[in-house]
Design a protein around this ligand. Structure first.
Ligand code: ADP
Ligand code: MG
Length: 319
């Protein structure tokens, strides 16, 4: 017997994620009621992921559920916000209970880990797509923004770049890898880990911040454009994982690191005086200093011959 809409919501989406004292009313009424902490501003983000566009159509529900929340957590991390409440818009071709169970588990696991309560949503029939609205808070006036970088500021990035692009290439059969390297790259694409605690630690430290979803080169361009500044960076400082270099080779790893998306690392700027403080941050992903902000607009990469490669895109590392 096909699962009705009411049972579906009740079974898979009621009481999901963290239990929060500030949620007065959640799934089951016409709308949710929350009581945001005093002295805060709300920070809101919405991201939609579509089957065949943002993930391969045969992706397990677990990875889709994780990803739908992770991409939004990353946006809030880039604002320095503390995530708290989510609304889920789910469009499904059919009520496949196995897929839904995996999806709910992927979403629930990440939501609990990051203190997010699922407070409501909407369920409709159609081609598979997941739209998630995430709300969180910052102490009034303390959100990080894309704009704010000043000439002389240093440019930093968390973790390693290009790994998720390598993972996607493996899934699509464009890149070969085996053993631990394969697992590591696939995991970076399938189970992105938002840099939430780093974002919060950067409040009052970073002058500008953006999360790297479309690729380092593109997102750095956005950060610079928002601040009306430029940047000079060294390709030799790009943090590339040993797994990516082993799987793709040094040249392709560099191109993926610059141009591939989906890494969800934080790219931020801070004055040189903050260097000590940043290096001492107890951040799980290590932080790398890539270069500095310049007053002249435009991003300049120094080092390997990347400009020509970037102009040709990154998707030609097979040879
Ligand atoms: P209405 O038609 O009155 O909007 P719905 O049937 O869409 O009611 O939703 C009923 C309740 O279930 C609401 O509280 C709504 O927020 C919640 N809900 C619906 N779909 C989802 C979902 N995918 N995830 C979480 N909550 C959902
Ligand atoms: Mg209603």
């Amino acid at each position: 017997m096909p699962l009705g809409e009411f049972e579906l919501i009740e079974r898979f989406f009621a009481n999901r994620g963290a239990t929060r004292g500030d949620v007065r009313l959640a799934v089951g009424d016409d709308a949710a009621i929350i009581a945001p902490p005093a002295g805060t501003e709300l920070v809101l983000a919405l991201d939609t992921i579509v089957s065949g566009v943002h993930f391969p159509p045969d992706t397990s529900g677990r990875f889709v559920g994780h990803r739908a929340l992770a991409v939004n957590l990353s946006d809030l991390a880039a604002m320095g916000a503390t995530p708290a409440w989510a609304l889920l818009g789910l469009t499904l071709p059919a009520a496949d209970e196995n897929w839904l169970g995996d999806f709910a588990a992927g979403l629930d696991g990440l939501a609990k880990r990051f203190g997010v309560a699922l407070v409501g949503g909407d369920t409709t029939r159609g081609p598979l797509a997941v739209s998630l609205t995430l709300a969180g808070w910052v102490p009034t006036g303390q959100a990080l923004r894309r704009a704010g970088a000043r000439a002389g500021d240093e440019v930093w990035i968390s973790g390693t770049v290009g790994d998720a692009g390598g993972g996607l290439a493996i899934l699509q059969g464009r890149l070969d890898a085996d053993g631990a390297a394969r697992e590591q790259l696939l995991q970076r694409f399938l189970l992105p880990e938002p840099r939430t605690s780093l974002g919060q630690a950067l409040r009052g430290v970073a002058t500008a911040c953006i999360d790297v979803s479309d690729g380092l080169a593109a997102d750095l361009g956005r950060l610079c454009a928002a601040g009306g500044v430029g940047a000079v960076l060294e390709t030799g400082r790009l943090p590339l994982s040993a797994a990516l270099v082993a799987a793709a080779g040094a040249d392709a790893a560099l191109r993926l690191g610059l141009a591939a998306g989906d890494d969800y690392e934080l790219l931020f700027t801070a004055p040189p005086a903050a260097r000590r403080l940043i290096e001492a941050l107890d951040s799980v992903p290590r932080l790398s200093r890539l270069g500095a902000i310049s007053a002249t607009p435009g991003v300049q990469w120094q080092g390997a011959t990347v400009e020509r490669d970037l102009a040709h895109g990154f998707d030609h590392f097979r040879n």
